[in-house]
Design a binder for this molecule. Structure first.
Ligand SMILES: Nc1ncnc2c1ncn2[C@@H]1O[C@H](COP(=O)(O)OP(=O)(O)OP(=O)(O)O)[C@@H](O)[C@H]1O
Ligand SMILES: [Mg+2]
Length: 213
């Protein structure tokens, strides 16, 4: 069976700086993978390549055709958090999610409210997002990534900025999604997050992606 996402002999440099050198790694459907690596090692670049937002210089990143749009150019059924996503500062969290929902499918207000409650955000909060704390913004990102019940979750540092209860909430959400057969690939600087959630953990080391033993 074909892997859901596969990197074959991928090399990537930025202005002569090597990020990846001849990396091959495969991610299977229905599993949860963790990626660890120091700041600047290439985790976010890896995720951008996995979502086809950034092309490798050499090699290939393939996505199972069932998860590509009709032109096979962009992934579909992916819930994505990479870096800090854009949001409209003068709108509330609910309004921002509604805006994002309207770009793709129409998700009901009820569904948006449900997902906001899941991440412990009050859907009726009148605060504009520019006044949200880091953790509150992070919760909106997570709500955005899961609100369409996507099959594949590409989550770059989903725990970043969350307080203890936020971490527990998001761990529980992700464990629940994993049980329901979702494919989850996430980064974290916290080993415990990855140990609790992941079937396999990879390290970015010396421009390679190697299994953590
Ligand atoms: N578009 C770009 N142009 C030039 N350099 C880039 C670009 N994107 C990333 N880089 C460089 O690639 C390297 C890896 O960046 P990346 O953001 O993937 O690191 P990271 O592992 O996600 O780090 P962090 O833990 O801080 O999030 C960095 O040195 C970064 O400066
Ligand atoms: Mg990063």
């Amino acid at each position: 069976m074909m892997s859901l996402i596969e990197l074959k002999n991928v090399s990537k440099t930025f202005k002569g700086y090597t990020i990846f050198d001849d990396v091959s790694v495969a991610f299977e459907e229905g599993k949860c993978y963790g990626i660890m690596g120091p700041n600047g090692s290439g985790k976010s670049v890896l995720f951008k390549m996995m979502c086809q937002f950034v092309k490798p210089d050499v090699g290939e990143v393939s996505i199972d055709s069932r998860f590509l749009d009709s032109k096979a150019r962009f992934p579909k059924d992916f819930g994505i958090i990479i870096d800090r996503p854009g949001y409209i500062p003068n709108k509330t969290g609910f309004e921002n999610l509604k805006e994002l929902a309207s770009i793709k499918n129409d998700i009901s207000d009820d569904k948006i409210e449900e997902v906001m409650r899941q991440v412990n955000l009050d859907p009726n909060l009148k605060q504009k997002m520019k006044n949200y704390s880091l953790g509150m913004k992070q919760k909106i990102s997570i709500a955005q990534a899961i609100m369409e019940d996507q099959s594949v979750l590409i989550l770059d540092e989903p725990f970043n900025g969350l307080d203890i209860s936020g971490v527990e909430t998001v761990r529980a959400i992700l464990l629940g999604l994993k049980k329901r057969g979702k494919t989850i690939i996430l980064t974290s600087h916290n080993k415990e997050d990855l140990d609790i959630l992941c079937d396999a953990v990879f390290l970015i080391d010396q421009y390679k992606i190697i299994p953590r033993i």
